[in-house]
Write a protein that binds this ligand. Structure first.
Ligand SMILES: Nc1ncnc2c1ncn2[C@@H]1O[C@H](COP(=O)(O)OP(=O)(O)O)[C@@H](O)[C@H]1O
Ligand SMILES: [Mg+2]
Length: 577
């Protein structure tokens, strides 16, 4: 894990090394200063030697300035190193997420990916800064100060041997208590992000169903959970203060008590006593910092793990050796296909699917919600891989194609289609970057989008808001179809993509398809019989199985499900949409 993370330091290695270097210099100065103080007191003040006092005074000031500047430099490099490290982490994670397949994304959930990219990276950034600064500083101070204390007076230094274990075990106890709480907090953050993302994504639905209260309560509950966990953790951490105070005062009292005796006995000078007290403070502070670093590292360990999970995640859809780039035609064949989602391995989402579709055919797919229509078509452009059996396109197993080439030839308008913020033109060009304006207009005419686009004052340069909120559902669907057509695919899949389009326009789109792209295999998932009744063949899906395949007339005669859907839609005349 550490190796993986360290790989992201890259160009910030220099800053990462300079930080502890300046830290060492700063600590050295800090350790020297009490010695200088002791000398000043013993040789200068006690003897009343003004010249010596002045000389030592200047040296002291210079040492302090040096110590401060080293400290500042170390801080500056630490900031550069840790911020840079975080930047690289985010970059690498984001880069890898772009390669994720649908099932990779299913595994993490996008909310969790967001937490990992933000909160977790910030944690690791902070603890990295701590490690290169404090984790170097604290032990050094501890060791130096202890050594110095022992050289001044071995007799008094044993006091530390009493106080350090007291403080140390107290700190250990606190950490032990706090760690599980912090671990839990990060898991709760995931939940919080999930709720926020879901709510904001579906804010319109939330509002139209007047679910604000419920959503607000969900959010408040999780928010409160985090609050109470944090309070619980902070309460425990608050014991740090008194514990620290106690140890410091205990040290002072003991040192003064024994020190006074030693001074009276002539074994110790006042200056030495002063510097001992300073070292005592430094030692205890060092210990305290060490414990904070410890907590930070432990907290961020959970975050680091979550980051590495993203970095390590291999896209489970990869090109095989010598991937084929040429797709011969738009024929599709499913051979004994079984499929289940990684999350629900036990349940077969598609079972024993066999179907043969010729290039250029128009195929309708119908079935109730949850009958696996979307899952069925998603196997064709390899958004998911089959669990058993195989899917071939143009006579070749889809797994043997270069994924990019395959997806260029198999255009799919997803059920949950999205437009991105940008102009209509820019959105359409996702289908083909190099398309000319004429081509754009052509596909928009096919998808029956041209007419409404030209009614916008800015036409094809109209700006689409994020999530496509300023176009209607039916308009969005038509733009998405146009975008897919621009790829000039050999196979076009429409997953319920005309559900928000009126029947007349729907018919016009189908007519345009039949006339303008006769050689493209068209797979149309629809709820309305009218959308698919003219198809060459219609597949009736039921509960992950093919219930029947046939033309409209055949199915009307022989298939119960199809008959039922048909009657329900024709009762009382034509469908009423
Ligand atoms: N990403 C996914 N992970 C796990 N299960 C899923 C996923 N997508 C769909 N499912 C499940 O697979 C079944 C079929 O869903 P789907 O193919 O979307 O049906 P349809 O498009 O016919 O409504 C449903 O039971 C659904 O809950
Ligand atoms: Mg669906």
């Amino acid at each position: 894990m550490i190796k993986k993370l360290a790989g992201c330091i890259r160009e910030y290695k220099k800053a990462s090394l300079l930080t502890p270097l300046f830290m060492v210099l700063e600590v050295t100065m800090e350790v020297i200063i009490p010695i200088l103080m002791a000398k000043l007191i013993d040789m200068g003040i006690d003897q009343g030697d003004m010249g010596y006092i002045a000389k030592m005074g200047i040296i002291l000031v210079v040492s302090c300035v040096m110590s401060l500047s080293f400290g500042a430099l170390s801080g500056k490099f630490a900031a550069i190193a840790s911020a840079g490290f975080a930047k690289n982490l985010r970059h690498d994670m984001y880069y890898n997420v772009q390669n994720f397949s649908f099932s990779n994304i299913d595994k993490f959930s996008s909310a969790s990916i967001v937490t990992r990219l933000t909160t977790d990276v910030t944690n690791v950034q902070n603890s990295y800064q701590m490690i290169i600064r404090i984790a170097v500083r604290a032990p050094m101070i501890l060791i130096f100060s202890l050594a110095m204390a022992f050289t001044i007076s071995a007799k008094l230094a044993f006091i530390f041997l009493i106080t350090i274990p007291i403080l140390g075990s107290g700190l250990f106890f606190i950490i032990h208590k706090v760690y599980p709480i912090f671990e839990k907090i990060f898991r709760t953050y995931d939940k919080l992000n999930n709720v926020v993302q879901e709510n904001l994504h579906g804010i319109r639905v939330v509002k139209s169903f007047v679910r604000e209260d419920v959503e607000e309560k969900k959010f408040t509950d999780i928010s409160n959970e985090i609050y109470s966990d944090f309070t619980r953790a902070e309460k425990t951490i608050a014991f740090n203060g008194p514990l620290m105070q106690f140890s410091i005062y205990l040290c002072m009292i003991l040192i003064s008590w024994f020190g006074a005796r030693l001074i009276v006995g002539g074994e110790l000078t006042t200056g030495e006593l002063m510097s001992l007290i300073t070292y005592a403070m430094q030692i205890l502070m060092g210990l305290m910092m060490l414990s904070i670093v410890f907590v930070m590292i432990i907290i961020s360990e959970a975050s680091a793990k979550r980051i590495v999970e993203i970095l390590d995640e291999q896209s489970d859809l990869t090109n095989g050796a010598n991937p084929i780039k040429e797709i011969k035609d738009g024929s599709i064949k499913f051979e004994d296909v079984n499929f289940s989602y990684a999350k629900r391995k036990d349940k077969l989402c598609l079972s024993n699917v066999n179907i043969d579709i010729k290039s250029g055919e128009t195929v309708g797919v119908i079935g109730g919600t949850g009958s696996s229509k979307s899952s069925f078509v998603q196997l064709i452009p390899r958004l998911y891989d089959v669990t058993e059996g195989k899917v071939t396109v143009g006579g070749v197993d889809v797994r043997n194609y270069d994924i990019e080439s395959l997806r260029n030839e198999v255009a799919m308008v997803l059920q949950k289609n999205v437009l991105f913020s940008g102009t209509i033109k820019e959105n359409l060009r996702w289908g083909n970057e190099n398309a000319t304006d004429e081509e754009l207009i052509h596909v928009c005419k096919l998808a029956q989008a041209h007419d409404f686009v030209t009614t916008f004052p800015e036409g094809y340069d109209t700006h689409i808001e994020q999530g496509g909120t300023n176009v209607s559902g039916g308009q969005k669907q038509r733009l998405c179809i146009a975008r897919a057509l621009l790829k000039k695919p050999k196979i076009l899949i429409l997953d319920d993509s005309t559900s928000a389009v009126d029947t007349k326009t729907d018919a016009l789109i189908r007519k345009a398809f039949a006339e303008e792209i006769p050689n493209t295999t068209k797979i149309i998932i629809a709820q309305r019989i009218s959308s698919i009744e003219h198809a060459d063949k219609i597949i009736v899906l039921d509960n992950g199985k093919i219930d029947a395949v046939g033309t409209h007339e055949e199915l009307l005669k022989s298939n119960a499900i199809y008959q039922e859907v048909y009657t329900s839609q024709t009762k009382g005349g034509e469908d009423h949409e």
